[in-house]
Design a protein around this ligand. Structure first.
Ligand SMILES: [Zn+2]
Length: 392
């Protein structure tokens, strides 16, 4: 029944949310006041070889795209043995690229990391604690094994076989999520057919950066559980680089706080809108709200029109929430979303395409501009009505 770790991981990957970010520009200065300039840090580092250090961008042959994003393939396939490491960043990529591509990427990430954390309301320690030190694909694999009685060498509850399937699945999720680094180490060591050991699935307390080699702005940056994927600057360097780096870092913070092994759980307009708004990128003007319908863009495939316009309107929809709600209630909502497992039976019966954990937390915490409660349903169905009174 068990083939390989990576095949199973691919089979269990679900498409909750593509993090690839469209082209953006900040030609108008709307929202510039939210930009936190990068820290003036001196970044020093060293080029290293993974074969010598045992630290890899990834070790899975075919990881899920939820794990590392769309543009990171060559960092785990072709060029998985070369990186530049600084205090907080590891930059992986093609050894044939100029060294400056690596050192500059590290500097961009390291200097913008404090701004992204501050905008999101996290300390560095809180972020790394929330992200955890095990790759999501590994935890998901263990979860998928634990659903089945004695599928792996693990202390299952003695009456496990008498439980309902739902109870078994819930236990598998909760148990896998709560495993410490040492416990994951033991699971992998006791079940050597899995083919991986703790060094393969553990994470350094650093931001992992993968350099891709695309020569255009579309999808230039992505965020993942382990860090961000950005373009090599010798091939293509976008404008407003600090905002872009902060935007992608905010995606990694979102994944740590409101994501779990099953994905991010935020609708696309929210994850992009928050990243646009908090990084100081351009946001559409309130009075232009009629131009776009952001709150029904739940997945990448719901997006329509020019991506740059879409992003500005995602930012506007988020700005409304940020103006009407305290930063702490938004943060509390995100934390709740991340800490609750998806109930797939419930998910299949709800009337919205959003993940139900998001709907529940949003309805519980969010308020309209006039102080009355705001629900996902209202925001989807009466967006322009709400924005009209907001604009006046
Ligand atoms: Zn984005």
């Amino acid at each position: 029944m068990i083939t390989t770790y990576s095949k199973l991981v691919v089979a269990s990957a679900i498409s909750l949310s593509l993090m690839a970010c469209g082209g953006s520009d900040s030609d108008s200065s709307n929202n510039a006041e939210n930009f936190i300039p990068p820290a003036n840090v001196v970044v020093t580092g060293e080029f290293k070889h993974s074969a010598e250090t045992g630290k890899y961008f990834a070790t899975e042959e075919y990881p899920s795209y939820v794990q590392y994003g769309q543009n990171a393939q060559h960092c785990y396939q072709n060029y998985n043995d070369y990186y530049y490491e600084t205090d907080k960043v590891m930059v992986f990529g093609n050894p044939g690229l100029p060294e400056d591509d690596f050192t500059q990427a590290a500097k961009w990430v390291e200097s913008n990391f404090p701004s992204a954390l501050a905008a999101f309301g996290l300390t560095e320690q809180e972020y790394f604690a929330a992200r955890g030190n095990i790759r999501y694909d590994a935890i998901r694999f263990i979860r998928d094994m634990l659903k089945y009685s004695n599928a792996i060498d693990f202390p299952y509850p003695t009456d496990f076989d008498t439980w309902t399937e739902q109870a078994q699945e819930d236990w598998a999720y909760d148990t896998a999520q709560s495993l410490s680094y040492e416990e994951v180490d033991a699971v992998l060591a006791n079940n050597n057919y899995i083919g991986y050991l703790i060094n393969d699935v553990g994470l350094e307390q650093k931001i992992y950066v993968c350099l891709h080699e695309q020569d255009n702005p579309y999808g230039w940056g992505e965020g993942s559980q382990i860090g961000i994927t950005i373009g090599a600057k010798s091939i293509y360097k976008p404008n407003d680089i600090d905002q872009l780096i902060q935007h992608e870092l905010i995606h990694t913070l979102q994944i740590a706080i409101s994501g779990d092994i099953d994905g991010l759980k935020l609708p696309r307009w929210f994850s992009e809108g928050q990243a646009v708004y908090l990084s100081g990128m351009s946001v559409a003007k309130k009075e232009d709200h009629q131009e776009y319908n952001p709150t029904q863009v739940v997945t990448f495939w719901d997006e329509y029109g020019d991506p740059s316009d879409a992003y500005k309107h995602y930012g506007l929809a988020y700005q409304y929430l940020a103006d009407a709600n305290s930063a702490s209630s938004i943060f509390e909502m995100l934390t709740e979303i991340g800490s609750q497992r998806i109930d797939w039976q419930l998910q299949n019966s709800v009337s919205f395409p959003e993940i139900h954990n998001y709907v529940e937390a949003f309805d519980k915490h969010m308020k309209q501009h006039n102080g009355t409660p705001l629900t996902v349903e209202q925001y989807r169905n009466n967006y322009h009505g709400l924005m009209s009174s907001y604009a006046n």
